[in-house]
Ligand binder design. Structure first.
Ligand code: ADP
Ligand code: MG
Length: 851
């Protein structure tokens, strides 16, 4: 049986072969629509697309939760052949490309929630359109994740036309800006020109006429949203520290396709996303409250419950505090955080005794374990208590920058109901993808046979020798006309090599991953005759290198092929084999001819740290000059062994990060869910919390009734909600601090043969329970003092959320217009009023809109 995929038989591991063979009947069904759809007019094609969406949405109508997921799986599976066929046809008309069989296979794998491993140049950008369209049919949004902002704009403009022609909306979320794919451009009379330009240059250049600025919310309401992992992640975090439900951006986490998934879920997964507060709580605040606490008198200004280890302020205590603070009502919306500090300061004063609960050592407050009496350096109390005790003792108050919210990429991406990814290099991280994300990696055969020669490494004794030899080689290739791409691991190395090439008189471009857009254009031209390009491994990422240049004629392309195709030179082995493979993958796209070779030296970091002494001695013994290489299997193997070791080490680090974040993740989910329910006005949450409070303090029940009668139920609940948000956020922030401290202190304690993770879980749980208790206590005290709040509210026009949301990285300025500048799309009428479109206008005033 011919599979229609010539290269399946030869290279493939049995497992993947089996997976792929099973998909072939489905691929046939997709192709079977080809003629029928070709015959349709553009309008009829769009109608077909819209009708399919309606059909899918009708079938899912009214379903929720598990039932929805289940039904959606079924319905989308049925819709797959037609949906994919529509995308192929739309792509043929708009992009003049039609998905190959292997691309359809890649698309099915993505739809099924796997990783499609497809080599560089196989057209993964196009592959993603298939599952993106299909999964957008249920109207719940699809996120396509790219490694940088530039690529997300490029992909949206380039691929946007495929979706647009089928009636779907497309958007981009970027750092501080968002765009909608502007379909009005299609009806424009200048369209032909722009569209032609886009088809020619779409793989590396963005034609901005197709992007119209929009708000973050609008972007997320689109059927398909392109954006980076950072932006998606930060939006999630921002949504969970926001105070205004109108400003929430994201819808559900339905389906994500992650391009270059290994870069995102592996390379970037070692550090979590963090939003931290710029302004810290001032140390003075703690000092002030410590002073106040000292003047308050036990049993007169406050009472102590030794058993519960809690205090209660009396009327007189509150009055004294207000007087000292110079505010008239501490129980007001603005005053609430003072209440927390005041209570904490009084607790520190009344319940925490030096040499019993803590000792002062080396200018710090050290906790004494209540059971063993041992000192616990490095541990800190939560909820601002530690700072309160420090203030009471007059020692330095330790204030780290405040984390408002944080999440690892692992945990962010696990939110998606369905996750999928594509990359050219997943194989060496298969285990991690499966263990952490439950993602199966399936290699997909190439469309054309691979025609690239990977030469074995050249090994030099010194770095200098290596660079001399490298520059000589590049000069040779350049003179011959064969294009060269030199990959490095850092900007610093880029510069070093650049100097050597200058000395040899070889003209070249240097890409440092600083301006992705500009560098995209340069890298797109890296396949031109005689081109020499030096790039770090993130530079020019995702942009295809065509032999002969982006718009090469057949003859130009042929010439480069005769010269041997693109020659990729690696200047040292990276820590991970995956990254080396990414570099090699720049050459030999779509069956092109090409060559790759790594130049390494015994002075490279990898060799210095992991290379064996044997190799060094051996080379010394042979008396080889420093710029003469040896080619040795032994050395190459040693290098690969070292890489494997480091990969394993990094895997462990990420596993660790994740295991720790998992502890926090449960707590975060619980807090954020609560928050969301409050924000969206869920009545249930108020009753639930009231019930909790009543269980804690039965007398609250009648108090609530009384207040509801006095101020109306709505008013009481409304203000209670605001208060809950504030208290939750304050406590959660403090909890995050506490957990960070815990994290470092459990590692110190590991010496005691205890498993730090187990300790962290245990202590983390304890801290969270304490947070919940504090939360209840503060809310109860709020109810008791609610009259004060209503009194202070009367001067206010309306009770609304007053806390300012701290600016987080990437906050979308386009919605707030905080820079005072107007935003308009290039196709909108220019605000100057001359009556031309922005892009055609020549006014000075709004020139910035044209750039
Ligand atoms: P990858 O992301 O897999 O490295 P790209 O998406 O950048 O690859 O695409 C590489 C090149 O292949 C692009 O220039 C694109 O135009 C071309 N290409 C992809 N699919 C097809 C196709 N079906 N027909 C013709 N050209 C294609
Ligand atoms: Mg790509």
């Amino acid at each position: 049986m011919s599979l229609g995929i010539p290269f399946l038989e030869k290279f493939f591991p049995d497992e993947s072969k089996k997976t792929i063979k099973k998909l072939l009947p489905l691929v046939d069904k997709v192709f079977a629509y080809e003629e029928e759809l070709k015959a349709l007019s553009d309008e009829a094609l769009k109608e077909r697309g819209i009708a399919l969406k309606k059909e899918v949405m009708d079938k899912l109508e009214g379903k929720t939760g598990e039932e929805l997921k289940h039904e959606e799986r079924k319905v989308l599976h049925e819709a797959l052949p037609l949906a994919f066929a529509l995308v192929r046809e739309s792509s043929r008309r708009t992009l003049h490309m039609m998905h190959y069989r292997v691309q359809v296979i890649g698309g099915i794998l993505l739809h099924e929630g796997n990783i499609s491993e497809m080599r560089t140049g196989e057209g993964k950008t196009l592959v993603a359109t298939l599952p993106a369209y299909l999964n957008a049919l249920s109207g719940r949004g699809v996120h396509v994740v790219t490694v940088n902002d530039y690529l997300s704009r490029r992909d949206a403009v380039w691929m946007g036309q495929v979706f647009d022609a089928l009636g779907l909306s497309v958007s981009v979320i970027n750092h501080q800006s968002s765009y909608l794919y502007d379909s009005t451009q299609i009806e424009d009379k200048d369209q032909k020109e722009d569209d032609k330009e886009r088809d020619d240059v779409g793989s590396y250049k963005i034609v901005y006429d197709y992007l119209k600025p929009c708000t973050r919310q609008e972007a997320y309401l689109a059927d398909i949203t392109y954006g980076t992992n950072n932006e998606f992640g930060f939006d999630y975090l921002r949504d969970n520290i926001g105070y205004n439900k109108e400003q929430l951006t994201q819808r559900a986490h339905h389906y994500a396709i992650v391009d270059e998934i290994d870069s995102i879920l592996i390379d970037e997964a070692r550090t979590p996303l963090i939003i931290s507060a710029p302004a810290q709580e001032s140390s003075e605040m703690y000092v002030t409250f410590a002073k106040i606490a000292r003047t308050l008198i036990k049993d007169e200004d406050y009472t102590v419950d030794e058993k519960q280890r809690a205090i209660s302020l009396t009327e007189s205590g509150i009055n004294k505090a207000e007087e000292m603070l110079g505010i008239s009502n501490i129980y007001s919306v603005e005053g609430m955080k003072y209440v927390h500090h005041l209570e904490t300061a009084v607790r520190a004063e009344a319940l925490f005794v030096p040499e019993r609960e803590y000792v002062v050592r080396d200018g710090g407050v050290v906790i004494v374990d209540e059971f063993t009496g041992r000192m616990q350096p490095g541990r800190r109390w939560s909820d601002g208590l530690h700072q309160a005790v420090e203030a009471k003792e007059g020692v330095k108050i330790e204030q780290e920058s405040r984390t408002l919210a944080s999440i690892t990429f692992q945990n962010y991406f696990r939110f998606y109901e369905k996750l999928s990814g594509m990359t050219g290099t997943a194989e060496t991280s298969k285990e991690e993808f499966y263990k952490v994300y439950g993602l199966v990696v399936t290699p997909v055969p190439t469309h054309n046979p691979i025609n690239r020669t990977d030469h074995s490494d050249l090994i030099f004794q010194t770095e200098k020798g290596k660079w001399q030899a490298l520059a000589k080689k590049v000069k040779e290739l350049h003179e011959k006309g064969q294009p060269v791409l030199i990959g490095t691991i850092s900007i610093e190395k880029n510069e070093a090599i650049s100097k050597y090439l200058e000395r040899e008189g070889v003209p070249h471009s240097v890409l440092n991953a600083k301006n992705h857009e500009k560098e995209g254009e340069i890298i797109a031209a890296a396949g031109k005759r005689g081109a020499v390009t030096i790039a770090t491994n993130m530079a020019g990422r995702g942009v295809d290198i065509k032999l002969g240049g982006p718009n090469a004629t057949e003859a130009e392309k042929e010439e480069i092929i005769t010269l041997g195709g693109l020659f990729v030179i690696g200047t040292e082995r990276h820590e991970a084999r995956r990254i080396d493979n990414q570099l090699r993958g720049r050459s030999g796209r779509q069956g092109d001819k090409g060559e790759t070779q790594f130049f390494v030296s015994l002075e490279d970091d990898l060799m210095r740290v992991f290379g064996s002494e044997n190799i060094k001695n051996m080379m010394g013994r042979f008396g080889i000059p420093e710029n003469e290489p040896i080619e040795s299997r032994l050395v190459s193997r040693a290098l690969e062994g070292a890489q494997e070791k480091i990969e394993g080490f990094h895997f462990d680090t990420r596993k660790h990060t994740l295991q720790y974040d998992d502890v926090l993740n449960q707590q975060r989910t619980s807090i954020y869910n609560k928050r969301r329910r409050i924000l969206f006005g869920d009545e249930g949450i108020v009753s639930e919390v009231f019930a909790d409070l009543i269980a804690l303090k039965p007398e609250i029940e009648s108090l609530i009734k009384e207040k509801e009668e006095k101020y109306s139920k709505e008013a009481v609940h409304h203000i209670f909600r605001i208060m809950m948000l504030q208290v939750i956020d304050t406590l959660w922030m403090e909890h995050l601090d506490q957990m960070e401290h815990l994290r470092s202190s459990v590692n110190l304690r590991a010496y005691g043969q205890r498993d730090p993770l187990v300790e962290y879980k245990k202590e983390g749980l304890r801290a969270f329970k304490s947070l919940e208790i504090t939360l209840k206590n503060e809310l109860a005290s709020f109810i008791e003092n609610i009259d004060g709040f209503f009194a202070s509210q009367q001067t206010r026009a309306q009770t609304d959320f007053v806390q300012v949301i701290p600016e987080a990285p990437g906050a979308d300025k386009s919605t707030t217009l905080s820079d005072g500048k107007l935003k308009a799309g290039r196709n909108d009428p220019c605000p100057c009023g001359k009556g031309k479109k922005v892009k055609k206008c020549d006014c000075e005033e709004y020139k910035y809109l044209r750039n």
